[in-house]
Write a protein that binds this ligand. Sequence first.
Ligand code: HXC
Length: 511
Amino acid sequence: MFNFSKPEIDPKYQAGLEKQHKRGKLHAIERIQALLDPGSFTEIYSGVRHNCTEFGMGGKDIPYDGVITGFGTINGRQVAVYSQDFTLQGGSLGFLHGQKIANIIEAAVNARCPLIGINDSGGARIQEGVNALAGYGDIFYNNVRASGYIPQISIIAGSCAGGAVYSPGITDFVFTVKSISLLFVTGAKVVKAACNIDITDEALGGADVHARKSGVAHFFAETEQECFASVRRLLDFIPHYYGDNTGKDAEGRRNPAFKFNKAKRKAIGEVLPEKQSQCYDVHRIIDCLADDGGFLEVHAGFAQNVVVGFTHIAGRVTGIVANQSACLGGVLDCDASDKAARFIRYCDAFDIPLLTLADVPGFLPGPQEEQKGIIRHGAKLIYAYAEATVPKVTVILRKAYGGAYIAMCSRHLKADFVFAWESSEIAVMGADGAVQILFGKELKNGSVSLEEKKEEYRRSFMNPWTAARAGNISEVIRPEDTRDKITAAFDFLQAKKQMSGVKKKHGNIPL
Ligand code: HXC
């Protein structure tokens, strides 16, 4: 529950506090206070007032035009922030409200610090007509200009409808809060009128929908306070701007005094089940490789067949992409490809080294995925890995078959090093499928035995040695040596230069 008694609130916000609390939400200023280091917030442009006279707006006072903007610190480092005040005309975005947000994005870019937007808005302020739409246009443009230069974080702390959804949609990380966040292009009433579909706002665009199904949200929190704590934690992992080396030592370690429980070195060898067909939770592998500080998972509820997130390995921030055996056997589908590709591009943009943990049976076959565009989505993953110039290290834990082997940051996509566990299988496909295709006729007429042929195929292809002999595996390793190999590889790659390739405007990622 909120603690409304502290800290002190400027009297100018008082009118809205109770109104907002009645809705079970924190007020815009309380949110800023909960997010930032105590007492660090400086407000700017608080004197802005709308100049609309249409539809009864003449003479209507909307303090700070319904959005609080300014800057402060999180864990002692600068951030820029805006927070929309739903108690003032539904947090709706008039032209000057939009200008204030566009300006704070520009200020964040100039100051090279993250931007955090706390969104709680009914969309374009209807009374201001196209002027309000112009405000959105300026925000979107600035979001795009800032992308890849400073981290942009959106907190959805109420209803976000209409134009209010696309700025979060452009930003790097979207946070939602249970029973508070609503995010949709059009709400349930419009859906009923336009499509004659009965649906609640929650089912249409609630926190759970976006964290699990649409993938719009990267983080889901039970309460607003939990959400702010999780934004602060994210900022512990990511650079505050492109090229930020603050706090790193000469080896690129943000946390040289890292701790690592050595028992995990052995434990990693016990994670894989005896049978290849059995599943396991790849979080256990990640835990065995990570420093004791843990793993911050991104998109934890969405496309769970791939796991992505940040951790420290030997004190160095590392982005992890791992197939999740425990969900659909770790197969790659449209959503998993999108999720991984976006994360890879984030890490590449902000110089975060990438560790890929591959155990992948392939791309998911079938009409549903084909019609959804698995070719287009899978292509994003391949593109993102091939394009990334940060240090890239891959560990093949178990199976790596076919196109998915190539796509999961193989040597061919210019992984700097690919390590494979001794028991791994790098092949075009599994034994069952291969034998059925190669010996279809013979199996029908009974001239060969399925089991014998499968065994023969396994002996010939289901190991890491064929790929190692061809130079596609840097080293076949024992599970217990994995962390040391990864650490040595990232140490070696510390000075890796970002190669620009041939001169062109930009590539054309299959979006
Ligand atoms: C002006 C607005 C407003 C808006 C809400 N209000 N949205 N005023 N413009 N867009 C006002 C209400 O009139 C009300 O004023 C107060 O804010 C609180 O709103 P309620 O409806 O009482 O709150 P609630 O029941 O919680 O519903 C919240 C809501 C709903 C779901 C957000 O207000 C709503 O559906 N608003 C419109 C959403 C929408 O269609 N927006 C799209 C705009 S077009 P009083 O005075 O009674 O307190 C758009 C396109 C931009 O955004 C495209 C850019 C590319």
